[in-house]
Ligand binder design. Sequence first.
Ligand code: NAD
Length: 287
Amino acid sequence: MEKHISGTTGLFTLLGTPVGHSGSPAMYNFSFQNQGLDYAYMAFDVKKEQMPEAIEALKLFKVRGSNVTMPCKTVAASLVDDLSPAAKIIGAINVIVNDDGKLTGHITDGIGFVRNLKENGIDIKGKKLVVIGAGGAATALQVQAALDGAKSISIFNQDDEFFSNAEETKEKLEDETPEVDVDVYPLSNQELLKEEIENADILVNATIVGMKPLDGQSLVDKSMLRSDLIVADTVYNPLKTKLIEDAEEIGAKAIPGKGMLLWQGAEAYKLFTGKEMPTDEYQAYEK
Ligand code: NAD
């Protein structure tokens, strides 16, 4: 695709490390060009400790906006001037918008998750969720689900350094969304997992299990699934995890992580440009 860059082209960036594998530059540059916007998007490999300088550089070069990826999402939240409501609760951001030197941080992962459900015909309002995971993706979608009116969220995680995140999320949501029931359980309690899934509307895997090199693995035994359960994964590589394949075999509604990725990007695009991302065109171009 030919790209014209002029003296007035507005710049958007991706900050984090590694960034060389990211699909974001292709997606945003395609979309800018498709909509005739005089913008360009570039990825910069930035370490956590370099983020204060990178944030200053955004201001110096009047960069219009930036995505932030691992491992810089938390430190970035502490460096911007303002935070969206979800970013304030989560304490991490993946999007920065630069309004004439004032930087506002947003987190769109959870919004992308909820939008992906919606695109699959599912409204999260009033739903009971079981979410396995307590890392970045899990926390973002748990907070957004609560803000968007889920009835209850049961969080399961293995006993590792992420477990306390789940307890913190529960505490924060008790303050912010007291009408939502949030419980935290050890993943080792398989009986309880089975029971909670039996009573749930939506089961979500938000761990790295199922992602390469843990592909072919699932944290949920196939016998715990049922045909009227909605099963979503955050993992998008591979496109279909073992959990998603098991859910499809049982006849459950199975929603892979690729859509969440697309919609979190589309939400960032809207924050950057005020326009809907041409998602259909981009998906057709990608194929
Ligand atoms: P993270 O490192 O922040 O969290 C890792 C999570 O996996 C923790 O809950 C941890 O306890 C759990 N975990 C790790 N090894 C485990 C094991 N052996 N058994 C059980 N649990 C285990 O990771 P993250 O950034 O939250 O990413 C999680 C997944 O979500 C990744 O596959 C990532 O690619 C995906 N993701 C997808 C999107 C999207 O838009 N679709 C966005 C962000 C992340």
